[in-house]
Design a protein around this ligand. Structure first.
Ligand code: ADP
Ligand code: TYD
Length: 219
C-alpha cells in the first residue's frame, strides 16, 4: 500500500481532497469510482461525507435533513453543519492525514458558502469565520467542483434508487441555481484550489477528468 512519503523514507502529511457540486451532480458516484482507481494504484484512501463521517456527525445529519425541521433557522443550520465538521476534522481527517492517507470528502467548507451563503443569503464573511473555527484552518489541497445544470441534476435525482426528496433536496429550483452560481464564483475566486469539471458527461469521462486533475497532487 502506498502512503504518501517525503522521498527520504519519512511519512509525509497525506492529501486532503474535497468534491463539491449541487445535489445530483454525481459526486457520490464519481468519488466511488475515483476511489477504486486510487486503491488500484496502491494508495490508502479514506472516503468521508459531510454532514456525517462520525457517529456524532451522522446524528447531526439526521437532524439537518429531517423534513420535519422545515422551519430551521439558517443560523442554527449553519452552526449544526459547523458542529459536524469540527468533529470530523478533529476526530477523523487530521489523524488520517497524519497517517499519510488520501482523504476524499464528499462536500466540505465550500458547501456551506454555496448553500448557506449564496443559497440562503447568510453573510459570506461570517460563514468563513465559522468555517475557520470548525476546521482550525484546515483546507483541502484540491477541490473538484462537479458543475451541472440544476434541471439535469433534478432529473438524475428522480432516478436515484431509494432516495425520496429530503428537506434540502425539496428546495426550489431557484435555490439550486443560486448555489450553482455561488460555486462558480468561488471557483473563479480560488482558481488555485478549485477545479471545475463539467458533470454532464458519462461517469467515466467525469472520473477521467478528476483523476487527471489530481496527477500533480498525487506522488
Ligand atoms: P450527488 O452525490 O452529487 O448528489 P449522485 O452520485 O448520488 O449525486 O448521483 C445522482 C444520480 O445520478 C444517481 O442515480 C447516479 O447514478 C446518477 N449519475 C451520477 N453520475 C452520472 C453521470 N455522469 N451520468 C448520468 N447519471 C449519473
Ligand atoms: P446529501 O444527501 O449528502 O446530498 P448530496 O448527495 O447531494 O451530497 O445531503 C446533504 C445536503 O446538505 C445537501 O443538500 C447539501 C447540504 N449542505 C449544506 O447546505 N451545507 C453544508 O455545509 C453541507 C456540508 C451540506
Amino acid at each position: 500500500m502506498k502512503s504518501l512519503t517525503d522521498g527520504n523514507g519519512g511519512m509525509r502529511e497525506g492529501l486532503f481532497l474535497s468534491v463539491e457540486g449541487i445535489d445530483g451532480s454525481g459526486k457520490t458516484t464519481a468519488i466511488g469510482e475515483l476511489d477504486r482507481r486510487l486503491v488500484d494504484a496502491g494508495y490508502r484512501t479514506l472516503l468521508l461525507r459531510e454532514p456525517g463521517g462520525t457517529a456524532i456527525g451522522e446524528d447531526v445529519r439526521k437532524t439537518l435533513l429531517d423534513p420535519r425541521h422545515g422551519d430551521m433557522d439558517p443560523l442554527c443550520e449553519l452552526l449544526l453543519f459547523a458542529a459536524a465538521r469540527a468533529q470530523l476534522v478533529a476526530g477523523v481527517v487530521r489523524p488520517a492525514l497524519a497517517a499519510g492517507m488520501v482523504v476524499i470528502c464528499d462536500r466540505f467548507t465550500d458547501s456551506t458558502l454555496a448553500y448557506q451563503g449564496y443559497g440562503r443569503g447568510l453573510d459570506l464573511d461570517m460563514i468563513r469565520r465559522v468555517n475557520r473555527i470548525a476546521t482550525g484552518g484546515l483546507m483541502p489541497r484540491r477541490t473538484l467542483l462537479l458543475d451541472l445544470d440544476p434541471e439535469l441534476a433534478a432529473c438524475r435525482l428522480v432516478g436515484r434508487p431509494g432516495a425520496g426528496p429530503d428537506r434540502i433536496d425539496a428546495e426550489n429550483r431557484a435555490f439550486a441555481e443560486r448555489v450553482r452560481a455561488g460555486y462558480l464564483t468561488l471557483a473563479r475566486e480560488e482558481s488555485d484550489r478549485i477545479v471545475t469539471i463539467a458533470a454532464d458527461r458519462s461517469i467515466r469521462e467525469v472520473v477521467d477528468r478528476m483523476h487527471e486533475t489530481l496527477r500533480e497532487d498525487l506522488p
